[in-house]
Every structure is written in C-alpha cells, then in structure tokens.
Design a protein around this ligand. Structure first.
Ligand SMILES: NC(=O)c1ccc[n+]([C@@H]2O[C@H](COP(=O)([O-])OP(=O)(O)OC[C@H]3O[C@@H](n4cnc5c(N)ncnc54)[C@H](O)[C@@H]3O)[C@@H](O)[C@H]2O)c1
Length: 261
C-alpha cells in the first residue's frame, strides 16, 4: 500500500540532505506531485532531471513570502491541489558561543538563522493555509534534538525551540481543518551548512559527518533515509488523530542529552 496516493506536497529545502531524501520517498509513496523549493537552482534541476513531471520547482528564499506564494500557486496550476506543506529548509549557527559573538553575529547572524529556521516555517504555512484547509491537509515541520536539548550554539538551539513552539501554536490555531506536527532528527550526515553570516572568513565549509554510532544509544549511524518514514506517517491520513505531536527520530540520543553536563 502506498500511503501518499493522490497527495500533492510542497517541501522547502528539497534540493539536498533530508529534503532530497524525502522527495524520493514521497514519490515511492505514490504522490501525484511535489513542489520542491530551494535556494540553489542546480539542486532543483537535478530533481527535475530525476523525477520529470512528478516534481515542479521554485528557486527562492524561504524568508520571502512571495516566493512561498509562488510555490503554492505552482502546486495549484500544475497538480490542481495542495495537501501537505513540509517546512524543512534550515541552517546551522557554527556552534558559536555567546562569548565569541560580536555585533555582526548578534544582529545579522541571529536574524539569518531565525529568518530561515523559524520565519520560513511560519510564512510557508501562511502561504499554504487556504489551500491546505480545502483538503483537510497538514503541515510537517523539521525540528531537531535541539528543539528539546542544548548541544549546538545558542542561536540554533533557540531557533529550533522556537520552531517547536511554532508547531504547537499552529496546531492549536489551525485545528480542526489542518493538522500540524513535527519530526525531530538527531545529527545526520548531510551538506547542512552554517548561515553565511556566521562563518569566519576562510572557514572550512566541509560539513562534519555527524550522527555516528557513538552519538546514540542504538549505536548506529543515522542517515537521511532513517527519518523519512516519520514524515510519510505524518503527511498521510494514517495519522488523522495526530496534531501538535513530535516524532523523535534520534536513535535515543535525546534521553541521554537530558542528563549530560
Ligand atoms: N543534518 C542534521 O544533522 C540535522 C539534524 C537535526 C535537524 N536537522 C534539520 O533538518 C533540516 C534539513 O537539514 P539538512 O541536514 O538536510 O541540510 P542540507 O543543507 O543538506 O539541506 C538543506 C537545504 O535547504 C536549502 N536552503 C537553505 N537555506 C534556504 C533558504 N533560505 N531558502 C530556501 N532553501 C534554503 C539548502 O540549499 C539545502 O538544499 C533543517 O531544518 C535542519 O535544521 C538537520
């Protein structure tokens, strides 16, 4: 059985990492079409080359309301409906400590991370709301172990805590027409980048390979594919009585972080 038959999904940050893996999995699960949104056109071209008509793309910035509206309009003009919004695009904070932040990090750096990780989710949902409501649709937001525990820098941690609060507030406000839930992965090897404004000049931009077996109690390397089933469940009618909920796909990492100093 395919769980996403007849669904049309708009997903941000679809060009790489967890988002790119979700596009592939959603297609396996029978979607009619996907509107894939990303900042980097080459990544979107690769998706169109791979999936043809099943994927329509928008190159834009999640912080821009018009770009988000363009994606919703494209879902309607191409596939005739919109059922699911997946807010997923996100950036890191370079694990920068407060004591190491100057004025630039405290202003521009903070605004960039919050703009992408929090505002992007909110205005994506705002743009999609009317169309989702027509189909008793749903929203799935990518959260993180950093939505619950510390471990990254304060800006990223605060942004992911805020995204958790946003998910709950939207679940409350948009019921009963639209369900809103989250998936909270732990460290996963992707191209996950720091906000440009928080990078030191000349910094090594190679993403660290995270989520290794030593980081979690199931002692396994966490890969993007490991998170996909949670999104499929939350995007499907199988989760019809779930809203305001989070599925932690962290191989048990969270329960150990709670007790660490
Ligand atoms: N990789 C991890 O360790 C990890 C762990 C927990 C949560 N997450 C969350 O998963 C989500 C996806 O991260 P990932 O690891 O797949 O990262 P990734 O960098 O591999 O993919 C993110 C995609 O988002 C796009 N993007 C970035 N800024 C954008 C913007 N302003 N507008 C439009 N697109 C933009 C990038 O171009 C990229 O294609 C994020 O919300 C992140 O916080 C990641």
């Amino acid at each position: 059985m395919q769980w996403l038959e007849n669904k049309v999904i708009f997903i941000t940050g679809a060009g790489e990492g967890i988002g790119k893996t979700l596009v592939s999995r959603f297609i396996e699960e029978g979607v009619v079409g996907i509107v894939a949104f990303d900042l980097i056109e080459d990544r979107l071209t690769a998706l169109r080359d791979t999936y043809g008509d099943r994927v329509a793309t928008v190159c834009g910035d999640v912080r821009n309301l018009d770009d988000n509206r363009k994606a919703v309009d494209l879902a309607i003009s191409t596939y005739g409906r919109l059922d699911v919004f997946v807010g997923n695009a996100g950036v890191r904070d370079g694990r920068k400590r407060l004591e190491d932040m100057g004025e630039h990090e405290l202003t521009t750096g903070f605004d960039d991370v919050f703009g992408i990780n929090v505002k992007g989710y909110m205005i994506g949902t705002a743009a999609a709301r009317e169309e989702l409501a027509k189909n008793k649709g749903c929203v799935v937001l990518t959260l993180s172990t950093s939505s619950f525990y510390v471990g990254s820098g304060p800006i990223y941690t605060a942004s992911k805590h805020a995204a958790l609060g946003l998910m709950r507030a939207l679940a409350h406000e948009l019921a009963p027409d639209i369900r809103v839930n989250g998936v909270a992965p732990s460290g996963t090897p992707t191209s996950f980048a720091d906000a440009e404004s928080l990078l030191e000049p000349g910094a090594d931009r190679t993403p660290a390979r995270s989520g290794g077996p030593h980081t979690n109690i199931l002692e396994r390397q966490t890969e993007p594919e490991d998170h996909a089933a949670a999104y499929v469940l939350l995007a499907s009618n199988q989760s019809a009585v779930m809203t305001g909920a989070v599925i932690n796909t962290d191989a048990g990492r969270g329960i150990t972080l709670a007790s660490q100093r």
